[in-house]
Every structure is written in C-alpha cells, then in structure tokens.
Design a binder for this molecule. Structure first.
Ligand SMILES: [Zn+2]
Length: 677
C-alpha cells in the first residue's frame, strides 16, 4: 500500500526558486510538471560490495521499466520507442519541432504514457501529425529504429516508419481514443473495464469477467481465446530447462533475472534467498514463488533494500492485476531509529483505536520500519510515493508482519522544491501559515509514519471476510484502506504516548497542523484534476471522503467560507474534528472487517467522488497565478560501474544527471543500444 504526498499541500514547485544556484532540486519543468532530483548521500557510506549490489539491483529495476507502458495502453511501448528513437537521432530535426517533441516525451516518461498519472486523463502533444512523421523519417535516416526494441521489430525503411506513425495517429492525437487509463466512474454506457485503456482485460467487460477466477491474479492478462473461453496470458520469462514456456513480458523479465542473479551473488544470505525466489517467480509466474519471495523479503532488513514485482492493484478497476514497479533504497539510520519506537508500541495504539473490541488485533509481529533514501524508482513507482507498506498479501502480514518504507529522500526533495506560496494562498489566516512553517514538517513525517506503521497493520477481520477484504469491497477497497490508515494517524496524533516516546515536540501544534492539512486538501487537491467533475485516484478519494464526511456529519468541525471571491477551508473546532475522525474510523473498520460493500459504496460515492467543477476552476486559477507545478516526477541517481577482467564490479560511481531526456534514453538503451548517447 502506497502513501502519496498529496495530503501534504506540497504539490507546488516554485519555478523561480528552482533557478537559483542553491536550489538545484528542480532540474526541469514542463507545464505543471516539475522534475525533482532524488539524492542519496548515504551511498558513499556503503561498502564496495554493497555498492555493487546496489548497482545490479538498479539495473534490474531499469530492466522492468518498459512493462508499465504496455500495461497502461496497448500502444504505450510503440509510442515510447518512436519518441526515444527521434530524440536520440535528432540532428536533422527542426529545433522548434524537436523542442515540442522533447517536452511531450518528458511528460510521457513522467506519466509512463500519455495518461496523466493522477487524473488518468489523456494529454495531447503540441506538435502535429505531419511534424511527427517528418521527425521520425529524419531520425530513421540518421540511424534510428534500425534495431528491434525488445520485442518490437526494427523499422527498416521510410515506408515502415510511415506505417508505424500512421498506426499511432489516434493514440497520439485523438483525445477521444483511449481517453482514460482507468475510468472508475465511466460515461457513455461503458463499464469500468471497457472504458479503461489499460491492457489487463483487452476486449472484455465486467459482465464477461463475472465469476472468472484468476489463477495468476496479479500477473496475467485475461483474454478470450479462439474457442471463446477466457484464458490468462501469464507474465513470465520461462524456465531455462524449457518446462515452463515464456509468457508475456518475457524479454523484460529475463533481463531483470540476469541482473538479479548478479545481485544475488553479492547479497547477504537472507536477502539472497529472497532474490532467488523472485528470479523463480519471474521465470514461472507462480504465486507460490511470489509468496516465498515476500516471506523472505519481509524478514530481511538489509541496508541496500529493493522491491521489484507486480505489486499495487490501483491501476485495475477490478482491483486484481498488479502494475510493474521497482525501487532500490539505502537506509536512513537516524530517522529509522525514531520510527522504530512507534512500531514497538503498535499494540498500545490498537487498544486506543475507536472501533469495537471484536475488531481489535491481539497479536503483533513487529513490522520492519525503515526510513530510506531512494537510488532509483521505475515502473509504476514515483517520487510522490513517500511511504509504502509491503508486502500487500494479507497471508504474509498476518504471519510475518510487514515492512514499512518511509522515503525520506523523496519527502526532502519535494519539500525543498516547495515554496510557501500555496500555504499563503490557501490558508484561512496567518496563524495557520505560521503553524505550518514551524510544525508542518513534523506533522507530515508523523502522518506518513503512523499511516504506514500503525495504520495499515491495524485491526482484525471477521471470519467471513478472512484474509481478503478486497474480494468483498472490490473497487472501493483501496480507498477504504488508505482512508483507514490516514485516520489512524489523525486519531492518534493527540495521544500523549507520542510525546512520551520523544516523537513530537509541541504536540498540540503538530496535531493542529496535521488537521488543517487533512481538512484543506479537499480543496487544494482539486488543482490536480483539471478536467471533469469526478475523482478517480484512491488516495485522493480517501482524502476527499475524510474532509467532507467530517464537515457534513459533525457540524462546526470543518468549515468552508468565501472571502473576496476565494474559497477557504478552516478547522473551526479541533475536538469536533477529532470526533468526526473517530466516527469515520470506527465505521471504516467495521466495513472492512465485515466486507460491507454497500456501505463503502454509499460513503465513497457520497463524499469521495464528486466535486464542484466551478470550485476546481477557481482553485486552478489561483494555482496558475502562483506559477506552481502541480505534479512532480523524480530524477534518479545514476550508478556507473567499472568491471575487472572477470566481469565483476570493481567500482561504482554515483552521479546526478540533470536532464530527463538523457536519463530515459539511457534506460531505453538497455533494449536498443542505438539510443545510447
Ligand atoms: Zn497507504
């Protein structure tokens, strides 16, 4: 389960700040998207062996990066190949055209395709079809497309390039073609599956899938075979002995396995065991191997840690298929020590939770909690994820606990890139601004920590629901679970235990800063949804639900008011707001434990989905006046290895490329060497 930065009011990036030499965090900006640099200062403290391990794990992360483009759209990989070929062979392309294509490509990479990561809506290029065709032909004459790109065949002639660009005309230029990556509230008579561009169930409807039991729930595409029966195309590389044949994404998974084998040789034994299961899993696609990986992985707390797999199900309206993602991290030791205290007291906070005794968890396995700096993130994993609780499998949680990552490297980058402008614009009064300046950082850290450490892991389910509430709550499950974790943080932030443990200073002020952010995000997050009048993303739905439920159910808690034509949100009474937090938290726990689909549907549809587009337009205008970016994309560190005669890593160096084009062409070059520059 991921935790996004959205709640923290730190969406904005100040372009003026980013140009000063002291602040190089923002390395590039296209429209409302800023590219922020992820730094890993702890890399230099690693042993040479750990550095080599980190190198191979980042290579494995880069190896799976293309998969997500194909999961989001059937045309994603072909579009990516075309854009990258053009930009790597751009000598003879008109500078104006090149600039337009580069700007579009940066957004394409930042969003892993041409649907906005947050709104899921398609965005269009500023270049024309003719300009694209001309650029592609010119690139081809200068050496582009001569190689296969993974499984895509080379484009050897001008005619082949023209055919390819023609075939991609609608995917690039037609706003009505695949308008949404995931459409949870679809229009026009289509259901959630049909209206989504992602490739989990091509050509199928929800009706077709009724009663279908996935054998490879996380890692397959469901299609209708020639006999009209539903069948799964499993994501797998195949085994070396040929007993298990290759499946979908074999090229990428095989490459990842090659690098994972190198990593395995350098890892400590338990981590090596985990990597071994992951290699087998990528070969066979078998869930048993995925579980074995998760069990070994969750019990290991290596300094150089990673994840790599088909992990989160947010991108599937049916909540079953995992999107491909990876990250590699280094432990941030001082922050980790503080957070561990929270985990050691999980049983205390469970006792204090406002829900019925029958839903109280009684046995606890200490979760592994670690604050980390990010070395690389690829696939469906982005810098806006600042906390992550893994693995997602309840059968692993219950027996072996879970591992919680706090991406302090990401939070620092986002905070450094953030001016105080948004707070100044949207806060109802000076006191709120001052409080945030002083206590906002603590409030943000505590929210993420509690969300992950005592949020997701809490509560006990009824026997009826067992280990899989997703089965009952379906498309509303993720929203519920994210809200429940947020609410555990909001509920417990007032508890004196936190001060006793030395985790907060001026606790009341920290709590107030956290409450204001949780209330106001219902307004500010609308800036990220420029079109339409519904919210699709689960974390945004969760936050809308919390703020609006409390405002509606506890009069006098959260208030909306207008001054000089501008809308503001303020917390009128913190105690009343906390009462609302408790009410919603108790109800969400009951719904999860009992698998009450009707109840969660009613709640989310009433408070979490719809908003007033006029209010959104007002918020957007205010953002635009401030010149702030609304979305951040991460720029990874680059690890460069030198090798000895045996091919072993001799030395690894870390650098920070400032240019997104350079970074992504370098990633692309893993599958088409002609992209290397
Ligand atoms: Zn979460």
């Amino acid at each position: 389960m991921m935790f996004f930065v959205g709640l923290l009011l730190v969406l904005p990036v100040n372009p003026v700040l980013s140009q000063t030499p002291t602040d190089k965090v923002v390395v590039d900006r296209v429209g409302d998207t800023a590219f922020v640099e992820l730094r890993a200062p702890s890399f230099k403290d690693l042993t040479p062996r750990q550095q080599a391990l980190a190198y191979w794990l980042t290579q494995a992360a880069i190896a799976i990066d293309p998969i997500i483009y194909d999961q989001f759209s059937a045309y994603g990989l072909r579009q990516k190949r075309l854009l990258e070929g053009i930009l790597a062979h751009d000598k003879a392309i008109k500078p104006e055209t090149r600039e337009k294509i580069a700007a579009y490509a940066k957004l394409f990479w930042a969003n892993r395709g041409n649907h906005n990561d947050i709104t899921s809506q398609k965005f269009l290029p500023s270049f024309t079809f003719e300009e694209l065709l001309l650029a592609a032909s010119s690139a081809q004459q200068n050496g582009a497309f001569g190689n296969a790109y993974a499984d895509l065949p080379p484009l050897k002639s001008e005619a082949e390039v023209k055919r390819e660009v023609d075939a991609l005309r609608a995917p690039f230029f037609d706003a009505t073609f695949e308008p949404m990556e995931i459409a949870k509230s679809p229009a026009g008579g289509k259901d959630v599956i049909q209206a989504s561009s992602n490739t989990f169930y091509p050509g199928l409807s929800l009706e077709d899938l009724k009663g279908f039991q996935d054998k490879y729930s996380l890692n397959s595409r469901v299609v209708r075979d020639s006999d009209g029966k539903l069948t799964e195309l499993v994501y797998r590389a195949g085994t070396p002995d040929g007993k298990v044949p290759p499946g979908l994404y074999a090229t990428f998974l095989k490459k990842a396995d090659d690098y994972l084998e190198k990593a395995q040789a350098l890892a400590e034994p338990q981590q090596g065991e985990a990597i071994g299961h992951l290699i087998r899993y990528y070969q066979t696609g078998e869930y048993a191997e995925w579980l074995a990986f998760g069990i070994a992985w969750v019990q290991n707390n290596a300094t150089v840690d990673f994840d790599n797999g088909f992990i989160e199900v947010y991108r599937d309206a049916r909540g079953a298929k995992g999107s491909s993602q990876s990250f590699v991290t280094i432990t941030d030791r001082p922050v980790t020590a503080a957070i561990t205290k929270l985990a050691e007291n999980a049983a205390y906070f469970e006792q204090k939770a406002p829900w019925l005794d029958q839903y109280r968890r009684t046995s606890f396995k200490l979760p592994v909690v670690k604050a980390v700096e990010t070395l690389v993130e690829t696939g469906d994993f982005s810098v806006s994820t600042i906390g992550d609780n893994l693995p997602n499998e309840d059968e692993i949680h219950e027996k072996y606990g879970s591992k919680n990552f706090l991406f302090t490297g990401s939070s620092r980058a986002l905070e450094a890139a953030t001016g105080h402008e948004t707070m100044a614009e949207f806060a109802p009064d000076q006191a709120t601004i001052d409080r945030d300046r002083k206590y906002g950082g603590q409030a943000r850290n505590m929210l993420v920590a509690m969300h992950e450490v005592i949020g997701h892991g809490s509560g006990k389910l009824s026997d009826r629901v067992g280990g899989s509430p997703q089965r009952f709550l379906k498309e509303y499950f993720s929203t519920l679970e994210e809200a429940r974790a947020d609410l555990m943080a909001l509920w417990n932030i007032w508890d004196p235990k936190l001060a006793e443990l030395g985790l907060v200073s001026d606790q009341g002020e920290v709590a107030k800063a956290m409450y204001y952010n949780a209330a106001a995000v219902a307004l500010t997050q609308l800036a990220r949804i420029p079109h339409g009048d519904t919210i699709e993303e689960d974390h945004e739905r969760d936050r809308q639900l919390i703020s609006r439920f409390i405002a509606d159910q506890v009069p006098g808690s959260i208030e909306k008011f207008t001054r000089d034509g501008k809308t503001y949100i303020r917390v009128a009474d913190y105690e009343k707001m906390r009462k609302g937090v408790g009410m919603l938290l108790a109800e969400l726990m009951r719904i999860k434990a009992e698998g009450d689909y009707d109840a969660i549907k009613a709640l989310v549809e009433k408070y979490g989905v719809h908003f007033d587009p006029a209010l959104r337009d007002q918020v957007l205008t205010r953002y635009e006046k401030l010149g702030l970016a609304t979305y951040s994309a991460g720029m990874n560190a680059r690890l460069t290895a030198s090798f000895d005669k045996e091919g072993d890593v001799e030395k690894v160096e870390i650098s920070y490329p400032q240019d997104p084009v350079q970074q992504y062409l370098q990633y692309g070059a893993m599958y088409d060497p002609s992209l290397e520059r």
